[in-house]
Design a protein around this ligand. Structure first.
Ligand SMILES: [Zn+2]
Length: 291
């Protein structure tokens, strides 16, 4: 009941916001209509394939193993990209090319990263997949009426702020990091970072971590972790605080920029390029990079 009203309210707010934006500045760019890039052949020697899903969603694949991070969400705010049809249906029902996912990681419960029904649907259609996420995310799935059949594949790991828990899920080494979502209204949101080892590479995803407290990232000694690829939300790459954290406490070999609003994409890409000219911004749904 409560969920129903929240949904109704959210849809109403989105509709009003869209109508308002359109009256002010013309049509809002629709994140669902981003064109797909033509398939890029895998370069010789590349061990790892990374596919941009939408917003902070990435699918990483190597040696027959696949990890999906923040890739199962639905239309939420008009400004954040999400996977349109028919791809949303494909990923939620584990159809090719999304039929070989072993591990589903979710940084936090916000709807531009996660939808409980989308995750539950994927797990139901893919008996090989396991979810690893926070108490808050798992609880959202447990509120669904029919989750009993996937219960055994929900793994809850919620390290406190500045603490980490190592686990192996679907044969993949994952370190779950309590990085938080910042202060204020997001202080109680359990936001997890993930350090994934796959295909001989180490990949970092920080969810919606904040840049306001550098000591959080300092606590993990990530600069010693030999990180090959860091998926970082744009605000880490466009602010002085974020830049300092990346350069001092993360030190990744490669940066992939994510979480850019569709209506400010070009500006975000330009700003990121000023500070991190080698960073690769994920701008086109389902585009791939090889490492
Ligand atoms: Zn968030």
């Amino acid at each position: 009941m409560k969920r129903g009203w929240v949904l109704v309210a959210a849809v109403a707010v989105a509709a009003i916001a869209t109508a308002y934006a359109m009256t002010r500045s013309g049509p809002v760019p629709d994140p669902a209509v981003a064109p797909q890039r033509p398939a890029v052949p895998r370069p010789p020697g590349a061990a790892l394939e990374v596919t941009y899903i939408a917003n902070e969603g990435v699918l990483i694949a190597a040696g027959g193993t696949q990890v999906l991070i923040d890739g199962l969400h639905r239309r939420y705010r008009s400004s954040y990209p999400f996977l349109p049809e028919p791809y949303r249906e494909q990923i939620e029902t584990a159809q090719a090319p999304f039929d070989e996912i072993d591990v589903i990681l979710v940084s936090h419960m916000h709807l531009d990263h996660f939808h409980p029904e989308a995750v539950a649907r994927h797990l139901r259609h893919n008996a090989a997949a396991t979810l690893v996420s926070s108490e808050q995310v798992v609880r959202e799935i447990q509120t669904l009426a029919d989750y009993a059949d996937i219960r055994s594949r929900l793994k809850t790991i919620t390290p406190p702020l500045k603490q980490r828990v190592a686990t192996v899920a679907g044969g993949v080494q994952v370190e779950v990091l309590g990085v938080g979502h910042g202060s204020g209204r997001h202080a109680t949101v359990q936001n997890l970072g993930h350090l994934v080892t796959l295909g001989g590479k180490r990949l970092l995803h920080v969810g919606d971590a904040s840049t306001e407290d550098a000591s959080i990232f300092e606590a993990f000694n990530l600069d010693q972790a030999d990180i090959d690829i860091a998926f970082l939300p744009a605000w880490f790459l466009t602010s002085d605080e974020g830049t300092a954290i990346v350069r001092q406490h993360i030190k990744p070999k490669h940066i992939v920029a994510v979480h850019m609003p569709a209506d400010e994409l070009q500006r975000a890409v330009a700003q990121i390029g000023e500070r991190f000219p080698d960073a690769v911004p994920f701008t086109t749904l389902l585009e791939k990079k090889f490492y």
